[in-house]
Design a protein around this ligand. Structure first.
Ligand code: CUA
Length: 313
């Protein structure tokens, strides 16, 4: 953040890859532009009116071989660029399994983040250098977009569903965080900072934050206070499915479909319980729409995920 620069700082693994792709495309496009401009110039001089340049039939090799040659060359160039961009994109899409998971809730007009140990931040995000960080994001109102130019990452944050993004920061420092989707009058001010710290410093920072309950712990408390446990605890008298190990499992629905109980499904089941009814159960669960906010939902889902235990995928 010092002085004016047209090139944003390069502070993540992804940033370096995106930059080489960008420069690569620029060089290829520049070379083609130059070639076409040169040919245009040469031909317009050579074949100007009244010049004695030959204008008859072209020799056979020019008609066939050159045509074939440039068709093949541009085809391979296009395929190569497609592969390059596609491979870069795919590497950016899936976080490594051991990534540090930070939950983000966007709302008009702020970013709220929660770390695995329960530390919370608003309009700020502290991350350790060199470690994969995965953001699980949702919005409480309208569509926002989480954008960190220095990391070359941007992801829409959408109400009613979870979107994900991951990065591995490479350089300690403080970088801009923006909202990149117009979301209302104060969209322009909806931003903050991402601070990359050495892993030791991050650990020290995280433990120095006011200790709140971690996400699953908070979810467990909500599970009781909202009354979920009254029906869903293994010992409950009411006939409701046990949620032990439900996260990520396949469930059979009353209408014959089989779906995976992923975050989206469990979220819908809390807000719209009558929609995807589990086979063999009565539609007696009330909707919790309006009673829980996005942060509560993230905690509840984190709790359900923690119940998965050894039963994985
Ligand atoms: Cu949030 Cu623009």
């Amino acid at each position: 953040m010092n002085g004016f620069s047209l090139w944003p700082p390069t502070a993540s693994e992804q940033a370096a890859r995106i930059d080489s792709l960008f420069i690569g495309l620029l060089v290829v496009a520049g070379a083609i532009l130059l070639l076409v401009a040169m040919l245009l110039l040469v031909f317009s001089i050579r074949y100007r009116r009244g010049s004695s340049a030959r204008r008859g039939e072209l020799p056979e090799f020019l008609r066939r071989d050159v045509e074939l040659g440039w068709t093949a060359a541009t085809l391979f160039l296009a395929i190569f660029l497609f592969w390059w961009a596609g491979a870069t994109q795919l590497r950016a899409s899936d976080a490594p399994p051991n990534a540090l998971e930070v939950h983000v809730v966007a709302k008009q007009w702020m970013w709220k983040a929660r770390h695995p140990n329960g530390a919370r931040e608003i309009n700020a995000l502290h991350v350790p250098r060199g470690e994969a960080v995965r953001l699980v994001m949702t919005s409480q109102d309208v569509i926002h977009s989480f954008f960190v130019p220095a990391f070359r990452v941007k992801q829409d944050v959408v109400p009613g569903r979870f979107t994900h993004m991951w990065f591995r920061a490479t350089k300690p420092g403080t970088y801009h965080l923006f909202c990149a989707e117009f979301c209302g009058t104060e969209h322009a001010t909806m931003g903050g900072t991402v601070t990359v710290m050495e892993p030791e410093d991050y650990a020290r920072w995280a433990t120095a934050q006011p200790q709140e309950q971690d996400l699953p712990g908070e979810g467990a408390a909500l599970f009781v206070s909202l009354g979920c446990s009254g029906c869903h605890a293994p010992s409950a008298a009411v006939h409701a499915p046990s949620l032990q190990g439900i996260y990520g499992r396949m469930v059979n629905l009353a209408d014959g479909r089989t779906v995976r109980a992923d975050a989206a499904y469990l979220r819908d089941s809390i807000l719209l319980p009558k929609r995807d009814l589990v086979a063999g159960y009565e539609p007696i669960m009330p909707s919790f729409e309006g009673l829980v906010d996005e942060g509560d939902l993230q905690s509840l889902l984190a709790y359900l995920e923690s119940l998965r235990g050894e039963i994985s995928r």
